[in-house]
Structures are given as structure tokens and as C-alpha cells.
Ligand binder design. Structure first.
Ligand SMILES: [Fe+2]
Ligand SMILES: [Fe+2]
Length: 287
């Protein structure tokens, strides 16, 4: 079993210090094998905010971690900076690597920067980025789980007509199907959802027998919630070849108990047509 902690949209500058402490404590207890952070580390890409984000990263449990930027990590006020030196502060304070890759024995994780300089909100993915991520995942052990991380969502519940997907997500999904990607992770919407790609892309001629799990994380520690409490995902990858499983546990901030607790679990198994939902249930809390 491999465990990934997936956190997103920490938005330093709008963080709640109690939640930051609670998240660090919960991550220590969870003992993940790796930590993924899917963007929006800051609120307005200010130096002071990046310094706080960097201090947070240094306080994380000492396991491999992979980070991608979000749209809030690009300067919103300085247009010249945005055009001439994109993600300058992100690269200085967080990471200079915009094509991060973690190649662990049981899981390979490729990060893609979907932030675009002139579009402050919506994300985009291009052919070159897809090719780089596919080449990275091609180095993984055959039995390793394959994971793609973006800030903006590659897929959403089919009934969500309000939020845009990453521009060019459909050809990217088709290309990633050939790389047998198991899981897409993202954030940006500050709400947690888990779906399979076959609901939207299963009818496409290019991806008829492909179905990957897509998990979005809410905002982990910021006060910018959108109708849901602060949350993050603890993801279990079960490598048993006879019954491989992905379980996404939503870990939610409990206002009364002042700690992060599991509230919902969603599980998927892999068959000949990819991953399909097997279980979605709330987690009962002891009173
Ligand atoms: Fe955000
Ligand atoms: Fe965002």
C-alpha cells in the first residue's frame, strides 16, 4: 500500500494558523509516502506570502513532495513582471522545476503547470507538456501507479456546467490513456470531488476503454472556502495485482474538535476498462 497526501490551495496570506498547525499535525499522524500540493500556495504572489509558504513546506513531514503552481502564484498586479518573468517568485521561493517528477518504486507522479500568464483564472495544457509528462511516466516501473498533477481540473462531475476544464484537456486525456495514467489530482475550485474520466470521455473514439480516477482537493487551510469546510485528501494505492484499488479519503476540518478528521471515502477498482467506482460512503465519527 502506498499513501499520498494531496493538499491544495493553501493560499498563504489568507491562511488560518490553527488549520496550518492542524494540517501539519494530521500529516505527521498520517505518515504518507509522498505529499502532493496542487497549486495556489499564496493569495497574491507576494514575497511575504511565499516566505510563509516556504516555511510551511519546510515544516512538512520529510517525505518526497511534488508541487505545481496555481493561478494565484502569478503576480496579479505587476503586468510587466508577469510577462517578462513568469512565476519568478514561485521559482525563487518554492521550486524552479515546472515539470516536477517523482519516481517512487510503487508510484510515478508527474506535475504539469497549467497556469497561463494572460489568463488569470483558467488553465491550459499544451502538447509539449503532455509529451514531457508522458516521457517521465514512461520511465516508471510497469506495475507502478501513474499520477498526473495539475492545478486546474482535467475533469469534473459531468453535471457541473459552471466550471471550465483545462483547455485542451480532451486530447491530453487521450494521450495520457496511452500512458495508462491511473489518477489525476488537482485543486483550484476549493471543493472536493472524485470522479472517473469515463463519464465524460468514455464515449470519445480516442479513449473508449480508458477510465482514470480524478480527485480534486478543497482548500486545505485558507479562509477562502466555497461552501465546504477546509479539507484535503489522503489517497491509498493498493498494489495487490488481483484487486488493485484506489481509495480517496476526504479529511475535513472539524470546527468543534479543532482537528482534521476523515469524513468521506471513495474507492475504485481496476478492470479491463480502467477504474470504476466501488464504494462512496461517509465516515462515522465517534462522539
Ligand atoms: Fe485557489
Ligand atoms: Fe486557483
Amino acid at each position: 500500500m502506498t499513501t499520498l497526501a494531496h493538499i491544495s490551495d493553501v493560499h498563504f496570506g489568507r491562511e488560518d494558523p490553527d488549520l496550518v498547525d492542524g494540517l501539519l499535525h494530521a500529516l505527521t499522524l498520517a505518515r504518507p509516502d509522498a505529499i502532493v500540493i496542487s497549486g495556489d500556495l499564496t493569495q497574491r504572489a507576494r514575497k511575504s506570502q511565499f516566505r510563509c509558504a516556504r516555511a510551511f513546506l519546510r515544516a512538512l513531514p520529510p517525505v518526497p513532495h511534488l508541487i505545481v503552481p496555481g493561478n494565484h502564484d502569478v503576480s496579479a498586479t505587476n503586468l510587466i513582471d508577469r510577462l517578462a518573468r513568469p512565476l519568478k517568485r514561485y521559482r525563487r521561493f518554492i521550486s524552479d522545476d515546472l515539470t516536477p517528477f517523482l519516481d517512487l518504486p510503487t508510484v510515478a507522479i508527474a506535475g504539469i503547470n497549467t497556469v497561463r500568464l494572460l489568463s488569470t483564472k483558467d488553465g491550459r495544457i499544451n502538447r509539449n507538456q503532455v509529451a514531457i509528462a508522458r516521457e517521465q511516466l514512461g520511465r516508471a516501473a510497469p506495475e507502478a501507479f501513474r499520477v498526473i498533477v495539475t492545478h486546474h481540473p482535467m475533469d469534473l462531475p459531468i453535471e457541473d456546467l459552471k466550471h471550465p476544464l483545462v483547455v485542451r484537456s480532451a486530447p491530453a486525456i487521450a494521450a495520457f490513456s496511452a500512458s495508462r495514467v491511473d489518477l489525476f489530482l488537482s485543486g483550484h475550485l476549493h471543493t472536493g470531488q472524485t470522479v472517473v474520466t469515463s463519464s465524460r470521455y468514455g464515449q470519445a473514439a480516442s479513449t473508449p476503454h480508458f477510465s482514470a480516477v480524478v480527485a480534486h482537493a478543497g482548500t486545505a487551510v485558507s479562509t477562502r472556502t466555497r461552501g465546504e469546510p477546509n479539507a484535503w485528501n489522503l489517497i491509498h494505492l493498493n498494489h495487490n495485482p488481483e484487486s488493485p484499488e484506489i481509495s480517496v479519503d476526504q479529511i475535513t476540518w472539524d470546527l468543534k474538535k479543532k482537528k482534521f478528521l476523515p469524513t468521506h471515502t471513495t474507492s475504485f477498482t481496476r478492470g479491463p476498462n480502467g477504474w470504476s467506482l466501488t464504494r462512496s460512503e461517509s465516515v462515522r465519527q465517534d462522539t
